[in-house]
Design a protein around this ligand. Structure first.
Ligand SMILES: Nc1ncnc2c1ncn2[C@@H]1O[C@H](COP(=O)(O)OP(=O)(O)O)[C@@H](O)[C@H]1O
Ligand SMILES: [Mg+2]
Length: 301
């Protein structure tokens, strides 16, 4: 549809205006590397003057995440318990969903730690369903942590009752859980802060993308997130001839009308279909000019 293409063009446009941009690729397809014709690394690395790129890889982050958890656990338990604990962690690390948790954790870290170093952070996201699930992650994890904390507190109370002794020290597991919760709440607050985060929805004027994008917009709004605009991509060029073109053009006009009506509350940018596909800085420059230039909002000749 053009999500990666538009995210990259937007990054380029902002960098050209002197802004410091962080472009984060979160789609496992990682097309940003192809567009910039430069491999994005898992750590922040300048990929173009003014643009720092980073590729967040779910699988890699999951492994890094599990290692961190193991190290934390190693500090907390005696070696006899540790072996069993590590076995449990290995088991958990293969569970579905771990990759998403780790991916979100890394994105959260970038949001929290990079705010001061960049003027703009652009996330190039995966297709809608995947991204919507990712955005619901803090909420899910916060209630999960609350449940874990409760169990831990019960256990501590039980132990104290049995041993009849009060320990003044804070429980390290509870402290870790509390810290994680605080971070998740911070990231969630940032995502919902309308003057900090905005979602740009990219679609093409066809039936399925229209419906999919409307559902995504509804879901974002329900979660109190800010949709700052839509990009309607791949509008057909004008003045072409032939029955095939005329038929497509007619359909497109109907869908564009519908988009105007059903997305009326959002600012829209309309982008024409280029005569070639878009990769490499030269093509990207063309697109970034269209993205930031005067947009008369008129796909109709
Ligand atoms: N306006 C456009 N004109 C021509 N080709 C385009 C345009 N927008 C996107 N493309 C091409 O469409 C393909 C998919 O774009 P991409 O940005 O990877 O989509 P997504 O990230 O939504 O999957 C790419 O080959 C890209 O070059
Ligand atoms: Mg993409």
């Amino acid at each position: 549809m053009g999500k990666t293409t538009c995210a990259s063009a937007l990054a380029l446009a902002a960098a050209r205006k002197g802004k410091r941009v962080l472009l984060v690729s979160t789609d496992p397809a990682h097309s940003t590397s192809d567009i910039f014709e430069r491999l994005f690394s898992r750590e922040e690395e300048e990929i173009y003057p003014g643009i720092v790129g980073v590729e967040v890889d779910g699988d890699f982050e999951a492994r890094r995440y599990i290692e961190t958890v193991k190290n934390q656990i190693a500090k907390l338990f005696s070696s006899s318990v540790l072996k069993e604990a590590e076995r449990q962690i290995e088991l958990v690390s293969t569970m579905p969903g771990v990759e998403e948790v780790a991916l979100f954790d890394r994105m959260g870290d970038l949001i929290v730690t990079c705010v001061d170093s960049y003027d703009l952070i652009i996330f190039d996201t995966a297709p809608t369903g995947h991204t919507m699930r990712l955005l619901r992650m803090p909420e899910l994890m916060i209630s999960w942590i609350a449940a874990l904390s409760k169990r831990r507190k019960n256990l501590i109370t039980l132990n104290r009752n049995i041993e009849r002794e009060e320990s003044g020290e804070a429980d390290p597991i509870l402290t870790t859980l509390e810290r994680r919760k605080e971070k998740l709440e911070l990231v969630r607050a940032r995502l919902m802060q309308h003057n900090f985060t905005g979602f740009v929805l990219v679609l093409v004027p066809e039936r399925l993308p229209i419906e999919e994008t409307l559902r995504a917009a509804g879901s974002l709004r329900d979660s109190n997130m800010n949709i700052c605009g839509i990009i309607v991509n791949r509008i057909l060029p004008e003045n072409l001839n032939g029955a095939f073109y005329q038929a497509r053009r007619k359909q497109e006009q109907t869908y564009c009308e519908e988009i105007r009506r059903r997305f009326a509350e959002y600012p829209a940018i309309w982008i024409r279909q280029f005569e070639t596909d878009i990769y490499g800085i030269k093509n990207l420059e063309r697109l970034s000019e269209v993205l930031t230039g005067p947009n008369d909002g008129a796909p109709f000749g």
